[in-house]
Write a protein that binds this ligand. Structure first.
Ligand SMILES: Cc1cc2nc3c(=O)[nH]c(=O)nc-3n(C[C@H](O)[C@H](O)[C@H](O)COP(=O)(O)OP(=O)(O)OC[C@H]3O[C@@H](n4cnc5c(N)ncnc54)[C@H](O)[C@@H]3O)c2cc1C
Length: 399
């Protein structure tokens, strides 16, 4: 790096980091060409995982290799890419220390290291529960769903303890409940397998219901009733007895199960938790993020996005898609004009998978509650094209 070159480091080769590194190259191309700016990505894996496809793995609809690409293949050639996890953030010195022992200085830093499932944070959940938020866990669940002939599948949703910070991908528990119903019907065992969906009390902003946002709360009971899916409000998972196969709630209720399909607690990655910057409860590690500029509070040159933020927006790829242009524009504007100029409005969009075939476009922002289009097979086709192709174009910064 020439001494006058300013380095921008993006940490994390998931969807947020990948699209942001690519978008930074597009935005700052003149400065990159003349050697003023260099873009570097540091990730702890040579691979990029399309995480949402793990829920299809759980229903044997995806082979694990189909959701992985080589990270280098998704990055523009101008990006310097090192497979080297960040061990610690040395914010005061404007540098990061990597697992290799190397240190890299930066002028600007973007943190998009995501979050990790933490079922061990609820007694008995790791031993007795299943989930679909990582590939290996989804494969284990797939084995059980493929062979269950009769019994009870109990679904539990667990929020972070930090107020107003949601679990990963808000709609995923509903998507997978509907997929489960249809999958068991296909297997001709649905009449012998009870499905019970539950939702906790603690993080419900509106009232004691089955989902965070009112329009979805209003329609869910009708949808579940029409499919014979049972539901229980106010079930905040407290602990699980793996031997007896009983889940207990903080509200004093209990539920027996043959399969416990959980949305587990989540936390930030170790390097972020250990940075000492988080003010989140329960050592969850969410970084304090300015809800408009996406800068980390207390820092002039560090941006945070995706699942690592402490904002009250869905931890979703559809969130990164709207945050990335803001981060990129603000860094470019600071370099060229000396001030930030873009504002994140909280926008999130997605196409929810409603059962195995239908898709439901939805969107919302800080000011407007979720708006949905009706679930249709055309929506399902859109979701399929996203899963199989458009996602990779989004990661490359093309869409
Ligand atoms: C089952 C499931 C279903 C989902 N469904 C949807 C959906 O339908 N729609 C939607 O929009 N979103 C969905 N999501 C959520 C979406 O996948 C995440 O919100 C998104 O991946 C977050 O992007 P990110 O860049 O913040 O983190 P990630 O994509 O998780 O990427 C984090 C990256 O950081 C790297 N990393 C971690 N620690 C370090 C370190 N110390 N140093 C360097 N690199 C590090 C990781 O290897 C990874 O490459 C779903 C997620 C799951 C699991």
């Amino acid at each position: 790096m020439a001494s006058k070159t300013k380095r921008i480091i993006v940490v994390g080769g998931g969807i947020g980091g990948t699209m942001t590194a690519n978008n930074l190259v597009a935005k700052l191309y003149p400065e990159i060409l003349n050697g003023e700016i260099e873009i570097m990505m540091l990730s702890n894996s040579p691979n990029h995982v399309y995480k949402p496809a793990n829920m299809y793995v759980a229903f044997n609809a995806y082979h694990p290799h189909e959701l992985v690409r080589k990270q280098r293949s998704l990055l523009r050639p101008e990006i310097i890419f090192h497979v080297d996890g960040v061990e610690s953030f040395e914010f005061k010195q404007n540098r990061v220390l990597c697992e290799s022992g190397k240190r890299y200085d930066y002028e600007y830093l973007v943190i998009s290291t995501g979050c990790v499932p933490a079922p061990e944070r609820i007694e008995g959940l790791k031993e007795a529960g299943d989930h679909f938020y990582q590939t290996k866990a989804a494969q284990q669940l797939a084995q059980k769903l493929r062979t269950i002939e009769e019994g009870r599948i109990f679904i539990t949703v667990n929020f972070p303890k930090t107020p107003n910070v949601p679990h990963q991908c808000g709609i995923a528990p509903i998507e997978t409940t509907l997929m489960l119903d249809e999958y068991l019907r296909k297997r001709n065992v649905r009449d012998r397998v009870e499905i019970i969906y539950s939702y906790p009390t603690v993080s419900q902003l509106l009232r004691n219901c089955l989902f965070l946002q009112k329009p979805t709360c209003d329609v869910l009971p009708t949808i579940f009733d029409s499919k014979g899916i049972k539901y229980q409000r106010g079930f905040t998972l407290d602990k699980v007895d793996p031997g007896a196969k009983i889940a207990y709630s903080e509200e004093g209720k209990s539920q027996e199960f043959d399969i416990l399909m959980a949305t587990p607690p989540i936390r930030a990655v170790d390097a972020v938790i250990n940075s000492g910057k988080s003010e989140a409860q329960n050592n969850e590690g969410w970084l304090p993020t300015d809800f408009e500029t996406l800068k980390m509070y207390g820092s002039d040159n560090v941006y945070v996005m995706g699942d690592t933020v402490d904002l009250p927006v869905s931890k979703a790829g559809g969130t990164c898609h709207n945050q990335s242009p803001v981060v990129v524009e603000n860094i470019a504007s600071e370099i060229r004009r000396g001030y930030t100029s873009a504002i994140y409005d909280g926008k999130v969009q997605a196409i929810a998978q409603m059962g195995l075939e239908a898709g439901m476009p939805l969107w919302y922002d800080y000011k407007s509650d979720v708006q949905v289009a009706p679930p249709t097979k055309l929506g399902g086709l859109m979701r399929k094209t996203f899963n199989r192709g458009i996602y990779w174009a989004v990661a490359r910064g093309i869409v």
